[in-house]
Design a protein around this ligand. Sequence first.
Ligand code: PMV
Length: 361
Amino acid sequence: MEQTWLNEAFKGEVPNDFRGKVGWSSPSNIALVKYWGKKGKQIPQNPSISFTLSECRSKTFIGFEKADSFGFRFFFEGKENPAFGAKIEKFLLDYQAFFPFINQLSLTVESRNTFPHSSGIASSASSMSAFVMCLMEIEILLVGPSTGSWTLDLCKASYFARLASGSAARSVFPKMALWGKTDCYKGSSDEFAVSLENDIHPVFKTYRDAILIVSGETKSVSSRAGHALMEGNPYAPARYALANENIKNLLAALKSGDLDTFINITESEALQLHALMMCSNPSYILMKPNTLNLINEIWGFREETKIPLCFTLDAGPNVHLLYPEQEADKVEYYIKNVLADYCDQERWIADHVGDGPKKLL
Ligand code: PMV
């Protein structure tokens, strides 16, 4: 697809009166089978599957104007933020062959997250996917209606989002996405994610994710460094084989609505991710004491009530509590009365599986 998208890129002259603003809101996602370890240009070592979230989103606007050369400013939550801006600017310059028109534009980006600062929720998936959707819309405005390409191609958006931040590739699709080549799913690719929306049981289309904030501190080891440490990890080959096996079994469970298998794979994946961190050299731990306290509580509650709730973890200490919508009342009562005590200032975010990016303007 790379060549097709390179050929499709708008390479003409940007009209002198070309100016305006586009806006997209895009959600975060939570992986069930984790992407941990990469090669080449953001190619995953194993396929991953995620729920697209609904409430945790980035809202991004790009103001654009014809200019003699590329101009770029980035504002985060109302303030100019050169550090965040530098990451996006680097992405644009590294991949300008896909967006050659940026060299004739001055761009002003304004982005904000719906989730609070210091909630420990990674924002790269939501922010990078929102940014890419805006950029693609600018290109559509340039190309014009005559080509018929008025709708955003989500696989193409996923491809660009992946280049900006791996897991962002999965955020552009509603409900659930699969990123990474697997023989178990036709059309799957290492270069972009695909939608699983039509291959999942209805129970998963409204699944809940309560994000229990154990700590909002910045992680001591970034995801980028974590991926890199997989290169020397002696367990890496076994991990990649197991992840492929988990993909196969999870795809079947998602289709049939088999919650026992879903729970088994999801929790094992979360613990494996953190076990890989502990087996890296240098080794590190991102879980906190309350991460383990929450896991034990959740296991006890599931045993006692038989409610099919389970947890997953991102690359950090916070616990994502996953449960079917029909159990929401009982689980939320339990969160407020028991689990919130283990959270930083009793903070948790009620999220659920969502419909993907939305156009704002
Ligand atoms: O997209 P990155 O490079 O920030 O890596 C994300 C890694 C995990 O969130 C831990 C797992 C995943 O698949 O999202």
